[in-house]
Design a protein around this ligand. Structure first.
Ligand SMILES: C[S@@+](CC[C@H](N)C(=O)[O-])C[C@H]1O[C@@H](n2cnc3c(N)ncnc32)[C@H](O)[C@@H]1O
Length: 224
């Protein structure tokens, strides 16, 4: 029987096959940045270049805590409201931001909408799925009409929505995913040659993203 304590979960050992460490920043050719970052730490200057955000957030406070355990973090007195406030703080600090897409489950879609309306004028909700079958939502927010990115409005899986955003955004847009995990956003941005800035607090998960790009021929260099 295989048993797995989620603390120190290694995601198939990608961390042991890559050079990634939590204290370094990495460049992917001339188009991408990858690094470990917890959003409860200081706002990274790299994010100032971002003008499109896609994040697939933990759907519930239970998920927040489970991801914390996997990253060896202590959630303390975390609530879902505190977690969303921190996301809002990041969005407010991205001074070039055109539009944001947040993937979330049914339990907290209303809280995400409320949070986005406290900073943006327009909010649009798309029905989506994860694992091709379970209902989730992609919530888009923007201020000026010119900043809206029109994506397919039919019910698509979140993986396809992410790809759709990346192929639809302007060629010079820079997509940021500060919960990039195993790398959906960085993978699609690399595939289409779009600029990206991607981070996650869990080095083991980000190692999967790193390894995937390296395997596809991406040149990844350490910046510091
Ligand atoms: C639903 S997963 C995202 C999955 C991602 N789209 C992928 O391709 O793997 C949520 C991610 O948020 C990250 N996360 C949770 N809390 C965080 C925090 N405080 N700072 C940065 N990342 C965090 C988790 O480590 C996890 O990878």
């Amino acid at each position: 029987m295989v048993m797995n304590n989620s603390r120190n979960h290694k995601y198939n050992g990608a961390i042991d096959r890559t050079q990634i460490t939590p204290d370094k920043r990495y460049s992917v050719g001339a188009i991408g940045k990858l690094f470990v970052h917890d959003i409860f730490e200081g706002f990274p200057k790299e994010f100032l270049d971002a003008n499109v955000v896609f994040i697939d957030v933990p759907y519930t406070i239970g998920d927040v805590k489970r991801y914390d355990i996997k990253a060896d973090k202590d959630s303390g007195r975390m609530t879902y409201e505190i977690f969303l406030e921190r996301i809002k703080y990041y969005l407010e600090n991205m001074i070039k931001l055109r539009t944001v897409f947040i993937e979330v489950g049914k339990a907290n879609v209303d809280k995400v909408i409320t949070m986005l309306f406290s900073h943006f004028v327009n909010v649009k909700v798309y029905e989506s799925t994860y694992y091709k079958k379970n209902l989730c939502y992609i919530v888009q927010a923007w201020n000026d009409e010119k900043d809206f990115i029109a994506i397919q409005d039919s019910k698509l899986d979140e993986v396809d929505v992410n790809e759709n955003i990346i192929v639809t955004m302007d060629e010079n847009d820079v997509i940021c995913d500060f919960m990039n995990g195993r790398g959906l956003t960085s993978k699609n941005a690399f595939k289409y040659g779009r600029k990206f800035i991607c981070s996650d607090m869990n080095v083991n998960r980000l190692a999967v993203a790193y390894e995937d790009i390296a395997r596809k021929g991406g040149e990844i260099l350490c910046d510091n």
